[in-house]
Design a protein around this ligand. Structure first.
Ligand code: SF4
Length: 85
């Protein structure tokens, strides 16, 4: 049976110390991720300047972006996108 994700709680954060800057996360979910001046990813959904690089600062992902965030986490070459469900 296919798992239904709609309506489930999902949070995301990025372990920035491991990020390689490939920006695949931005390609997969540009509404959720961006990279800074040094091409290190952060969760832009959190708003300007908000820390998103630890579990305690994980950002709630709206339903419409959850599948894209899962793809980003799966495809991240550094495996540094952390999902909390
Ligand atoms: S895909 Fe992973 S390694 Fe690449 S920028 Fe995003 S978080 Fe960093």
């Amino acid at each position: 049976m296919q798992k239904v994700h709609q309506g489930e709680s999902l949070k995301v954060w990025v372990e920035r110390a491991l990020c390689q800057g490939a920006e695949l996360c931005v390609e997969a979910s540009g509404a959720v991720f961006a990279t800074d001046d040094e091409y290190v990813s952060f969760v832009k959904l959190a708003g300007d300047g908000a820390p998103t690089d630890s579990a305690e600062h994980a950002v709630v992902v709206p339903d419409e972006h959850q599948d894209d965030v899962r793809v980003a986490a799966q495809d991240c070459p550094a495996q540094c996108i952390r999902i909390i469900e």
